[in-house]
Write a protein that binds this ligand. Structure first.
Ligand code: PGA
Length: 254
């Protein structure tokens, strides 16, 4: 299985020109790398532009994803972006339940579950973000949080669909802080997550499901998270806005 490297641009860059420049630099930098699956998740408004000029060449090696989607396909939902719309623009992946949305937009586990179900129904691959907050870590409630978030997110998700969900373990305290999580701790969490999935579904699904790590990943620590912590890839925020650093990460893990 190729490592999956997902760039989460969040609310950046602030101009279309900046987004095009960043996309093109990354595209150029990784064009000869075949052993890694690279997904770019830009803000919604840039998706059509980033799709159009590259679609003929198959995205120049890059796959598009979105940072979120609504849980209904269409209707009277002002401001919402339908999963059908992002699919129509060429997205293959969709991030759901990112801690920033849980925190600032009060996204609940129930909303996350609805988004996962509609994404799967439309054959979009959901990247489910889970992780403990600093406070939960202090109170040693990390494992409980992961367990709870997984059980809610996978409610009514059938066994045959479950393997299409990608789980990104992102300790909230490690996101955008420069404090990355210790590799052994990530390994422990990966094993725990596989255990939870095994109990809920089967050893087969548990072995197949992809688990990523995210939280202050850079070119120095990226390889360890894949080789030593046995993840299947990375979810990258800050470093994905720096083309040189991001390209180096992709090269290091290839
Ligand atoms: P970071 O963000 O790499 O800047 O820590 C990761 C994320 O939020 O997905």
């Amino acid at each position: 299985m190729k490592p999956l490297i997902v760039a989460n641009w969040k609310c950046n860059p602030i101009t279309l020109q900046g987004a095009k420049r960043l996309f093109d630099s990354i595209k150029k930098g990784i064009k000869n790398i075949k052993k890694v699956e690279v997904v770019i998740c830009p803000p919604f408004v840039y998706l059509p532009t980033l799709t159009a000029p590259t679609s003929i060449k198959g995205y120049g090696g890059l796959i598009l994803g979105s940072q979120d989607c609504f849980w209904e396909e269409k209707g009277a939902f002002t401001g919402a972006i339908s999963p059908k719309m992002i699919k129509d623009l060429g997205c293959k992946y969709v991030i759901v339940g990112h801690s920033e949305r849980r925190r600032y937009l009060k996204e609940t586990n129930e909303m996350v579950n609805k988004k996962i179900k509609i994404a799967l129904a439309l054959r979009l691959k959901p990247i489910l973000c889970i992780g403990e907050t600093r406070q939960e870590k202090k109170r040693e409630q990390g494992l409980r949080t992961l367990n709870f978030q997984i059980s809610k997110a996978f409610q009514e998700v059938q066994e045959k669909e479950a393997k299409n969900v990608i789980i990104a373990y992102e300790p909230v305290w490690a996101i955008g802080t420069g404090i990355s999580c210790d590799v052994n701790t990530v390994l422990l969490k990966v094993l725990l997550i596989r255990g939870v999935i095994k109990k809920r579904y089967s050893p087969n699904i548990s072995g197949k499901i992809r688990i990523l790590y995210g939280g202050s990943v850079n070119a120095q620590n990226a390889t360890d998270y894949i080789q030593k912590a046995k993840t299947n890839g990375l979810l990258i925020g800050g470093a994905s806005l720096m083309p040189k650093e991001f390209i180096q990460i992709v090269k290091n893990v290839s």
